[in-house]
Design a protein. Structure first.
Length: 500
């Protein structure tokens, strides 16, 4: 089998990730339609026809292995059920709420088939199919169709793509353009390919965390301190190779600040601080005194360098955003107590608890739930969203749809957490010979956890926290990186012996 046939699945998944990131963060449906559905279909085809084969495994054997794994994986059935649930409203369309001027009240028409999922605008609702189905198909492809080495390559490529988008943002700031990608005029602030600063902030916070975790893994491998050796670094590696991932980590951290997203600024600082602490603790007991001094000085230099870099990026605007990061502001944004969006969303959920009101139904139903005083201060720019992903998905997809989304996330996240827990408690060697193996089991629980897993958990948790006060998961670019992080993370997990 030639190189292209062996890697055709990896290439198509990476192209999908790049496309969603560069096409306005995946938020321009009219631009996604000619690209994303076909990419998803090709990924599915290559998953079934050309999955990557293990050593001494024929293509037929690899297909049989992948098909068997797909049949046994709950994610397969959750994806099928979610696709069906999102497709039904396209054929069960209700008219949007209408205000009766004579009666001075709102009338909400019922859909043709009561009790089934419905929507008020099939074109807008269909956007959800462009978001979730390709991402779930890509997750299945990475989970079952790629070998561990390819999963590691894919996640590193994701980080470099983030760095390229960060550079794009810096160049746009430097040129002073008011056109996104020098093509689309924008009235408000934007960064990189993202028209909404909070999308950019969430994206770069996540990719920065992933890059930082991958860098630490490469660094500890080169120093012989890694709990798990991937074979992708050695002590003979040059400094450029060993520390190559510091570049995307630095670019993405600075880009999170340059997005001028207050949530991203706060979360990126917390991610950097917590990851630095955890990763230093993981290797601290095995470091000599001189090495400890070098590590602490390096972290200090990175912190100072990052702060100095931020100073040249719209300092006045950045300073104003940082000043508004207060505990009361965070609590207010998360609870939504001083705005009507959270109350309206909860009211809609109470009236349509099972299947919701369909994709992008919230802005159509919102006016019918506003009080006269709220109408006077109705939000125009950005008012089509609740700015709380959980509440908006509950309002538009109901508990059934939202439950499926949560189940998909848990299907990817919980097995990874369980494997990491077993790895942390185990001091044994892998059961089978593999390119990934424990080289010297450290004494501490934390020391046995591969650094990329720390990056995955830190980055994905930051996105979840961001979603409590905004809408990062309504950007497919953020959504697919979030899913790819979990799907690729097992690439750093060895196979452990089962206890008898």
């Amino acid at each position: 089998m030639n190189w292209f046939a062996r890697n055709v699945l990896l290439i198509h998944v990476l192209v999908l990730v790049v496309a969603l990131g560069w096409i306005h963060g995946g938020t321009r449906a009219e631009l996604l339609v000619p690209v994303v559905p076909w990419l998803a279909l090709m990924i599915l085809e290559w998953l079934l026809v050309f999955p990557q084969a293990r050593n001494a495994e024929s293509l037929a054997d690899s297909r049989e292995r992948v098909w068997r794994a797909l049949v046994r994986d709950p994610l397969t059935y959750l994806t099928l059920v979610l696709g069906t649930l999102l497709a039904i409203p396209l054929f069960n369309v209700a008219a949007p709420p209408v205000f009766d001027a004579a009666a001075q009240q709102w009338s909400i028409p019922a859909p043709p088939f009561k009790g089934l999922p419905y929507c008020v605008n099939p074109d807008q609702h269909a956007v959800l199919l462009l978001w979730f189905l390709p991402v779930c198909v890509a997750a299945l492809a990475v989970k079952h169709g790629l070998l561990k080495k390819s999963k590691r390559i894919l996640l590193e490529a994701v980080c470099w793509n983030g760095a390229a988008l960060a550079v794009l943002g810096f160049v746009q700031l430097g040129t002073g353009t008011t056109d996104l990608l020098w093509l689309t005029p924008m009235k408000s602030y934007f960064f990189s390919s993202f028209g909404y600063p909070n999308f950019a902030g969430a994206y770069f916070t996540l990719t920065a965390a992933l890059s930082y975790g991958l860098w630490f893994q490469s660094f500890t491998e080169a120093k012989g301190l890694a709990a798990v050796d991937t074979g992708m670094a050695d002590r003979e590696s040059t400094l450029a190779v060993t520390h190559r991932l510091l570049l995307p980590a630095a670019f993405c951290f600075v880009a999170a600040f340059a997005s001028l997203s207050r949530a991203a600024i706060l979360l990126s600082v917390l991610v950097f601080a917590s990851m630095s602490l955890l990763m230093v603790l993981a290797v601290w007991s095995r470091l000599q005194t001189s090495a400890r001094v070098i590590v602490l000085c390096s972290l200090f230099a990175v912190t100072v360098g990052g702060g100095a870099s931020v100073l040249v990026l719209r300092f006045d605007s950045l300073r104003n955003e940082i000043r508004e990061i207060t505990l009361s502001a965070v609590v207010e944004r998360v609870t939504g107590k001083n705005h009507y969006h959270a109350r309206v969303a909860r009211a809609i959920i109470g009236d349509y608890p099972y299947f919701g009101i369909g994709g992008w139904g919230y802005p159509r139903y919102q006016p019918a739930y506003l009080t006269p005083e709220e109408e006077k201060r109705m939000q125009i720019e950005g008012g089509a969203n609740v700015h709380n992903d959980a509440l908006q998905f509950l309002a538009e997809q109901g508990f059934v749809g939202f439950g499926l989304l949560v189940a998909i996330a848990l299907t990817l996240g919980l097995p990874l957490l369980w494997q990491a827990w077993r790895l942390g408690r185990s001091a044994s060697a892998p059961q089978e010979a593999s390119t990934v193996g424990i080289i010297q089991p450290p004494d501490s629980f934390l020391g046995r956890i591969p650094a990329p897993l720390i990056g995955v958990w830190a980055g994905t948790t930051a996105t979840l926290c961001h979603a409590m006060g905004d809408l990062p998961f309504r950007s497919p670019a953020v959504l697919i990186i979030w899913m790819m992080a979990f799907a690729c993370a097992p690439g750093w997990l060895p196979t452990l012996r089962r206890r008898s």
